[in-house]
Design a protein around this ligand. Structure first.
Ligand SMILES: *[C@@H]1O[C@H](CO)[C@@H](O)[C@H](O)[C@H]1NC(C)=O
Ligand SMILES: *[C@@H]1O[C@H](CO)[C@@H](O)[C@H](O)[C@H]1NC(C)=O
Length: 597
């Protein structure tokens, strides 16, 4: 009976084998499992183990348990529904464990559950550590090489050794990127001078965008199938949850910087508005094409077309923020330009109408999220539904946000596989790029606009810029601390990528200000780092994003793995694919091919 017949369990990635030996005569056991990360979840039945026929002859059943997080196992007497024992353990990938359930005769009749390790698990994080160390080694090697090349003696030595100016030049042009041309010889010096006199573009902005984009490509390609490179099931943050908001943030900064320079050149606001509308429309169209591939579920029809998506959200956010800036655009205050002195809060006070609109939008988000009545669900519900909240609200995934999408767009036109369906077993469709969350992505982009304002208003006053970045970073950080009570699930508003909750926005913009705080002095002020290799994809973000989505399943971005359940092989594949996109972006940069819409 039960699992007794099924002697073999096919182990998948992130699973371990658990053999349950039941020595209790005549007592059938039911095994329940729960992940520690699953918040207030109903335990899930893993299987049954029949009672032992006679003493000393335990009956055994194998089960597969997840190794991603700590497991909570509970063994119940099947008949009486009484708990026999419970234990908490972090299993290791592909380990082989035994759980011995037996009587202990110490006067009273008690049962004990002992866990024994039969075969040690593999270390599934080893490939990530190795990849990290290899990456570090490459960085150190490149730095060392650059340092050597910057030494005149070394250069002379090379010249002498090769004894041919032509070969030297060839080698140099092979190794150097245009921005690094200054390292070699005299001919490059005027260019360096020109660059520093008129900084055409802030490199730190493009570098940050490239960094977010490359991480996004890596996690979209699977991130080695590690849980921390996938989106969080519901509340909480993983590496994958960082990238999209950063991208939105940096889009806000670019909107402000490019719009100001276009307006300064005397372009009419009306023409600019037309351009903004057209770009947003294009982004949304390209986005809809990209989120509806035919390869996974067979040809789609109009009644299954997914409407929201990453580029769609970028398009809408772009439109709202750009129009907002256009409506209230003011030239950079005279005092900031001429006297190189900007009064203390000029960057904020000069944009008070925008702030007002943003605060109003945020009130709409809060009001809808917490006060919109959702049929069959508690008002203000922020949970995942499914087996969460002890299974009381299985169809309430995402509360108001989910309800609004299902109502306005329809179940069939939104994302069908939200990250919550793995851990929380949700069944309803839920779109992480839904309508309500767009409000908060506008807020995120607006914080990016603010970063752009700081960079422009206090240009050449490095100290002022750094102080402001630090202040924003701390302020937003504190705000997040209050909202979340430094808890994954128990704060007022938990950090949540699926909902794009306001605490998610404040947390990630705090991080974003921190990154700018690091990048700006290193990349733009001191010029210690050119932003390579992130700079190149950052200059061609639409192309890299669209390209990586479209060519996802093509060789050599994907190939047949020897062992489909190995993190190592997935990781290698995903790193190679990501590196290829960096290379493609670099080649296009050298050839001056940029896809701008
Ligand atoms: C797990 O360990 C048990 C006990 O040592 C052994 O009998 C069994 O064959 C092992 N299973 C696998 C799949 O290695
Ligand atoms: C949730 O939805 C499913 C399928 O639509 C339905 O069968 C089920 O009764 C619903 N549950 C509740 C509690 O409304």
């Amino acid at each position: 009976p039960g699992l007794d017949k099924k002697r073999h369990v096919e182990l998948k990635m992130d699973q371990a084998l658990l053999l349950i030996h039941n020595e209790l005569v005549g007592t059938n056991l039911t095994v329940y499992w729960n992940s520690e990360r699953c918040y207030h979840c109903l335990p899930q039945a893993l299987g049954n183990v029949s009672g032992s026929g006679e003493p000393g002859k335990p009956s055994t059943a194998p089960v597969a348990v997840s190794t991603q997080h700590t497991s909570i196992l509970q063994l119940n007497d099947t008949l009486e529904e009484k708990e026999v024992c419970r234990l908490k353990y972090k299993f290791g990938e592909f380990g082989n464990y035994s759980l011995l359930v037996k009587h202990v005769h110490n006067g009273v009749n008690e049962t004990a559950c002992d866990l024994v390790v039969n075969e040690n698990p593999v270390d599934s994080n080893l490939p990530v550590c190795i990849a990290f160390l290899v990456g570090l080694a490459v960085i150190i090697a490149v730095c060392f090489l650059r340092f050597l090349l910057s030494l005149d003696d070394f250069n002379n030595w090379i010249s002498k050794a090769i004894n041919s100016w032509e070969t030297d030049r060839l080698i140099n042009s092979e190794l150097g990127s245009p921005s690094r041309a200054g390292l070699f010889g005299d001919d490059a010096q005027p260019e360096v001078w020109r660059l520093s006199a008129v900084p055409p573009r802030l490199r730190c902005v493009d570098t940050f965008r490239g960094l977010a984009l490359i991480l996004m490509v890596f996690v979209n390609y699977g991130g080695g199938k590690y849980w921390y490179f996938k989106h969080a099931s519901w509340n909480g943050l993983t590496v994958a949850d960082l990238v999209f908001p950063w991208f939105v943030f940096i889009m806000g900064s670019s909107i402000f910087l490019s719009m100001t320079s276009i307006l300064q050149r005397g372009c009419s606001k009306f023409r600019l508005l037309g351009k903004v509308a057209w770009r947003s429309f294009l982004l949304i169209c390209i986005g809809i094409v990209i989120v509806n591939p035919n390869y996974c579920l067979g040809p789609l029809s109009w009644d299954k077309v997914r409407i929201p998506g990453v580029l769609q959200r970028l398009g809408v956010t772009y439109f709202v923020v750009a129009v907002l800036e256009l409506l209230f655009a003011k030239p950079v205050p005279e005092s900031c330009v001429s006297e190189r002195r900007c009064s203390c809060l000029q960057d904020i006070t000069s944009s008070w109408p925008q702030w007002l609109v943003i605060l109003m939008l945020e009130s709409v988000w809060l009001a809808l999220t917490f006060f919109l009545p959702v049929p069959g669900c508690p008002t203000g519900y922020l949970g995942p539904g499914g087996i969460g909240d002890l299974g009381k609200y299985p169809n309430c995934t995402g509360g108001a946000a989910g309800y609004i999408d299902r109502l306005l767009l329809g179940d069939d036109h939104i994302y069908q596989h939200p990250s919550s369906n793995v851990l929380y077993h949700t069944t309803v469709a839920y779109d992480p790029e839904g309508i309500l969350g767009t409000i908060n992505s506008i807020v995120m982009a607006f914080l990016g606009v603010q970063a752009g304002k700081i960079l422009l208003y206090y240009k050449d006053q490095t100290k002022d810029i750094l102080i402001r970045f630090t202040a924003w970073c701390c302020f937003l950080g504190l705000f997040s601390v209050v909202l979340t009570k430094v808890s994954e699930n128990e704060g007022f508003i938990p950090v949540n990528k699926n909902l794009w909750s306001i605490s998610y926005i404040t947390t990630l913009s705090s991080f974003a200000f921190f990154i700018l705080l690091i990048l700006y002095p290193i990349v733009d002020v001191k010029g210690l780092w050119t932003g390579t290799p992130f700079y190149y994809p950052g200059m061609n973000s639409i192309l890299v994003y669209v390209g990586h989505e479209v060519f996802k399943n093509y060789f050599p971005f994907q190939w047949r793995l020897q062992d489909n359940q190995s993190h190592k092989e997935h990781l290698i594949q995903n790193i190679v694919a990501t590196a290829l996109w960096v290379l493609i972006a670099y080649i296009l940069y050298r050839k001056k091919v940029f896809w701008k819409i």
